[in-house]
Design a protein around this ligand. Sequence first.
Ligand code: FE
Ligand code: CA
Length: 530
Amino acid sequence: MTDPARHPDRDRRHWLAQAAGAGLGGLTGILLGGCAPAAPRGPRSSGADRFALGIASGSPQADRVVLWTRLSGPDLAEVVDVQWELALDEGFRQLAARGTEQARAADAHSVHAEPAGLAPGRWYWYRFTALGERSAVGRTRTHPAPGTAPPLRCAIASCQRWDHGHYAAWRHLAQAADRAGGELDLVLFLGDYIYEYGGFPGRVRQHTGGLCRTLDDYRARYALYKSDASLQAAHACCPWVTVWDDHEVDNDYAGLQEQWLNVDFAARRAAAYRAYWEHMPFPKSARPGRDGGMRIFGHGDWGSLARILTVDDRQYRDPQACPRPPRAGSTTVATRDCATLDDPRRSLLGADQEAWLARHWSSTHRWNLLAQQTLMAPMNWNDPASPEGPKVWTDGWDGYPQARRRLLDTLAQRHIPGAVVLGGDVHANYVADLHLDPARPDSPIVASEFCGTSISSEGMAQSRLDAMRPHHPHLHHGRSDERGYVRLEFGPDTLQATLLKVQHPRRPDSAVGISARFAVDARQPGILPP
Ligand code: FE
Ligand code: CA
């Protein structure tokens, strides 16, 4: 590749010489994207902007983290060498690791660098160089070592539909993370990173292209979303742990079943999974294999404080119960009209993943975080006095009540400490107590739930939620009219949760304020006042 230091452009040479040497001094503000929302990347000579899709880090463990980027711009060769550097300091004076990865056309020129053997529990800075250009700088960190228990400050976020709004929530998160007291160790992204839909006229922003079906379609959609400066800044702040939901592939899909029962769905899902791997900071080992599947479930330990379990509720699930033909996806049904709901063989996670989860709850950590996709608390969408009985939405945990029961039983029987269920998907903030028997609010509380609202995707009418609040005593908060994210600070004894709300979701520069705060005691599940 071209040696950037020999690039003919004088300004550029000057910039790179400064960047490579010691004493960045006043240049750091220009060079370091850090968490600034519109990270400038220094002067460009070619105008190609090879790092226009930003950078990211993720899948952290105590000794490793994955560094991600994807090259863009015209005339990229089949294989392009990309240098990466990981430093102990923002000025790259002390390098912890460096290497070269090959960005290949076959992988959409994505890069998944995997520095290992790192020190636990510390911040690192990283950047990439390719084709004479240097990327913005990102900040990342390893999980703390076992036996240590520093607090964990994380955010949960989900559902960033491009054509429903701007990403003021990401802008706020990145800016807050840059200030003392607002630092974030981790973002847990819980699904719907992209939406597969084609463009609709009159929206605040446009999806380019039609409905995503092919690998190229999905790649272009990720490139569109990742062009957003606020999203890039949020990635540059701290490592992310990500799981998908349905819209990374197709609305309401279940395993290999598409909502309209299209027979070519397996190939489409494989393309979508492939594009997901290409665009997320997963290790190379997660790259989908010949069967088209991709394992995204796993766990990480925040020292001895918290175990973080991430699960996949799409790839292995049984189809939604009692669909309304000709469509096969979700619906709302009266439970008395749908015996399938109670079939104990049905699973949201699939038998293997359920067994994996049962084995991986920790009895030695103070907290067990279940990072999953959707609302676990029961919701009856009918009038409680209706002779029809409760009505439930079949796509979420209410559609798989026996599987939910098995999960909650495990928590109760094994006295799993500090169980906190984290979710997204429903475009509303729900804060709830999870009772052992969801139908009986007098049964013991076995976990606390924070189902965070969407970054930008629109929610249902608040009046619908208000109408059902009185007969849902386990709900402490239910707001479908809030966009934003949830900040969670786990200490040894207490979890402090702050729900952040975007004032004007259609404005990129909207203010973001606090909607509500809650707390949880590590020794006693259930939602408390802050
Ligand atoms: Fe969504
Ligand atoms: Ca969803």
